[in-house]
Design a protein around this ligand. Structure first.
Ligand SMILES: O=C(O)CCC(=O)C(=O)O
Ligand SMILES: [Fe+2]
Length: 254
């Protein structure tokens, strides 16, 4: 069943949503936010890592690309720093109040259930072309976490990494979790083949292939709020073609 999500439903989830609210001619004004159906596969129990099949529709990915297209600029590390040897991709910040963006944000919060205060970081597209990559890193902040403009302390509780574009010639560009070993018996080989790339000795661990519309979700923090080192991950170099994805990072406040 596909139900229409009312404006008030998803607005209620996003009381303090951050992001760029700047004005735009809403490209996605005619877009209808539906409760999209998707399927899930657990890739790892601990840390929890879930693969989501069909998290966004073709219409949604096309709209996201249209919105992001004019805005790609070299990706940052943290707030302002740039270092192409660590992260050589380009990024485009997506505007909030854009129906397709808010629809996907609401879907992400609904997926994780314990939506806390519904505040999201990210909401940006990240794009890799040939030889571009993002070295192994954590999405969570070390130490005390980060502070919002009101001085409240938070960290990134979870991560959604949603593939928005993967050209037909795309080679490489897997999301690699070197510390995650596939839980024995969790998945049949055949299911794994469609999600994982074949063995690449130089990258042991979990290598998730970029497939348009699908997403990876994981939990960044231990129950006591500290960062889980096992969530270390990288965007492996794209050897050929182009990959574009969307980051969503729901926060937890302390
Ligand atoms: O490109 C990838 O596969 C991962 C990107 C990533 O981890 C990030 O943007 O934080
Ligand atoms: Fe990341």
């Amino acid at each position: 069943m596909v139900a229409l999500l009312q404006f008030s439903d998803w607005q209620r989830h996003l009381p303090f949503g951050i992001g760029d609210f700047g004005s735009s001619r809403s490209l996605s004004k005619a877009f209808k936010c539906v409760n999209k159906e998707y399927k899930t596969t657990i890739l790892s129990r601990d840390p929890l890592l879930i693969y989501i099949h069909g998290f966004i529709s073709t219409e949604e990915s096309e709209l996201l690309l249209k919105l992001g297209e004019p805005k790609f600029e070299p990706s940052r590390l943290g707030q302002n720093e740039r270092n192409a040897s660590v992260r050589s991709s380009t990024s485009a910040t997506l505007l909030r109040n854009e129906p397709v963006v808010d629809c996907i944000a609401a879907r992400a919060l609904e997926f994780q259930g314990s939506a806390m205060e519904g505040v999201l970081d990210g909401l940006q597209l990240v794009r890799y072309t040939e030889s571009q990559q993002y070295n192994a890193h954590f999405d969570w902040y070390r130490g005390e976490g980060n502070h919002d403009p009101e001085g409240r302390r938070y960290n990134r509780l979870t991560s959604f990494f949603v593939i928005v574009e993967a050209t037909t010639d795309l080679d490489g560009g897997e999301t690699h979790f070197p510390e995650v070993i596939q839980s024995p018996g969790l998945l049949p080989e055949t299911a794994m083949d469609s999600i994982m790339s074949s063995q690449r000795e130089e990258y042991p661990g979990l290598r998730v292939k970029p497939v348009v519309g699908n997403a990876i979700f994981w939990i960044n923090l231990h129950p006591n709020g500290t960062g889980d080192e096992r969530t270390l991950h990288a965007g492996l170099p794209v050897n050929r073609g182009r990959k574009t994805a969307m980051n969503i990072w729901p926060r937890v406040y302390f």
